[in-house]
Design a protein around this ligand. Structure first.
Ligand SMILES: Cc1cc2nc3c(=O)[nH]c(=O)nc-3n(C[C@H](O)[C@H](O)[C@H](O)COP(=O)(O)OP(=O)(O)OC[C@H]3O[C@@H](n4cnc5c(N)ncnc54)[C@H](O)[C@@H]3O)c2cc1C
Length: 400
């Protein structure tokens, strides 16, 4: 029996993370069963571990997918901003965020895909793509028994995450976004024995994070996710695992590390094409992570949704010119929704990275003296600017 129901599809989505799941589901719902769509991943999207701290804005996620308590670990009502000398500013806003159980969340999205008519195959490693003479795509997959299987598609969405290996070296895709804009390394541990607030995330700033930041995200009141992302300029040869272990040992000597995981985050916004020749990029494969917060779950879902709508338009377009127009417009659409904001943030990032430890300390110290209700995000932002006047010029992209 063949791995797939059909030999050819209107759309094959490669990668079933938030971007691919959202793209496949959006496309199937929009086309109402009139188009064949296949979703491929090398593993079941709910299979642990998932390399993520799992924090999202409740408001932004709720606009894309109905929130279900069964896949929410907890609610977040605040953020501690901690300076190198451990001064703490606190931003408080009741129920502003969620900590997801991403495994359960992915399961819900995958169920949504199946209900909408998406054929899901979660034991299929995409090995390579090639373009046929008639403009369709051949997708070569390694199935569960290790044997290669090929399937044909009019359009493909690459949602395979950062680095986007499957589209490398394909001539007609020269210049396409490749999910490697400002690729930054991140590492975290799931640990116990760390005193923390179950309704706050804590962010650590300072030069030890080499243009990135550290974090503690609560999980279930007992365990935490503790880790950091380093800037792309992080010293070569830095062992993230060792650095994380000593960070934890110094600050939380009682902590018990249960497991350590790592991954890469594409933290910049390029303006390279997101679609060429019927192949579309979505999520981390399109470098759509917020360049400073490094959040990418909701961003990938939004990107997947936009791309899926464009694929439906592309398939309905009658001429090559009309299709090329759709391919150009997908980037415009993304830039309007979120990309332009990310571009501004990315431009301000060097200024933010230039803040000295003493300046972080000064800002956090002055904020920590204010009552909690006066520590608004606006005030926190301006306290940092005040402590570091040269930043005002560097951060002008935020101010204009
Ligand atoms: C350590 C860390 C912490 C993070 N914390 C947060 C956070 O707290 N909040 C937040 O919003 N974002 C966070 N992010 C970012 C977030 O995880 C990503 O932006 C998001 O997962 C991107 O979704 P995606 O669908 O584009 O890609 P992914 O989630 O990477 O999904 C890609 C999928 O493609 C599959 N795949 C890859 N190659 C192939 C292949 N050849 N064939 C078949 N399948 C393939 C993979 O198995 C995977 O399921 C974090 C990232 C890291 C690394």
């Amino acid at each position: 029996m063949s791995l797939f129901k059909f030999q050819s599809y209107d759309l094959v989505v490669c990668g079933a993370g938030p971007a691919g799941l959202m793209a496949a589901c959006t496309f199937a719902r929009q086309t109402g069963g009139a188009r064949r769509v296949l979703l491929l991943d090398k593993k079941a999207p709910w299979k642990e571990p998932i390399f993520c701290a799992e924090a999202v804005s409740e408001n932004r996620l709720g606009k894309l997918w109905p929130i279900d308590r069964s896949w929410v670990r907890g609610r977040i009502s605040g953020i501690y901003f901690t300076s190198p000398s451990h001064y703490r500013a606190e931003f408080y806003s009741k129920n502003c965020g969620l900590i997801l159980d991403r495994s359960g969340f992915h399961h819900a999205l995958a169920d949504g895909c199946a209900e909408a008519g998406v054929e899901c195959c979660f034991d299929a490693l995409v090995k390579s793509l090639s373009r046929n003479g008639d403009g369709s795509w051949d997708i070569c997959v390694k199935g569960p028994d290790g044997a290669p299987v090929s399937v044909t598609a009019k359009t493909v969405i690459d949602a395979t995450g950062p680095g986007a290996r499957i589209t490398r070296g394909i001539e007609c895709l020269e210049g396409i976004e490749s999910g490697d804009t400002d690729l930054e390394p991140a590492v975290f541990a799931v640990a116990e024995g760390i005193e923390h607030s179950a309704e706050h995330i804590e962010l650590f700033f300072g030069s030890e994070f080499q243009d990135g930041y550290g974090w503690i995200f609560p999980r279930d009141g007992v365990e935490v996710n503790i880790g950091f992302v380093l800037g792309k300029s992080a010293l070569p040869g830095t062992s993230l695992r060792e650095k994380l272990k000593s960070f934890i040992a110094e600050r939380y000597p009682q902590a018990k590390i249960k497991a350590i995981y790592g991954g890469m985050i594409a933290c910049g916004q390029s303006q390279r094409p997101m679609a060429l020749c019927g192949l579309f990029k979505a999520g981390d494969a399109a470098s759509c992570v917020n360049p400073i917060s490094r959040s990418g779950i909701v961003e990938s879902m939004l990107c997947g949704k936009i791309v899926a709508q464009s694929v439906a338009e592309w398939l309905d377009a009658g001429t090559p010119d009309a299709r090329q127009k759709v391919e150009r417009e997908v980037l415009d659409h993304w830039m309007k929704e979120l990309g332009n904001a990310h571009l501004q943030i990315a431009r301000a990032k060097p200024g933010f990275n230039a803040i000295k430890d003493s300046q972080f300390d000064r800002a956090a110290k002055s904020l920590s003296k204010l009552p909690r209700e006066k520590q608004t995000l606006f005030r926190i932002f301006f306290a940092v600017l005040w402590a570091c006047p040269s930043l005002i010029w560097k951060m002008r992209s935020f101010l204009k």
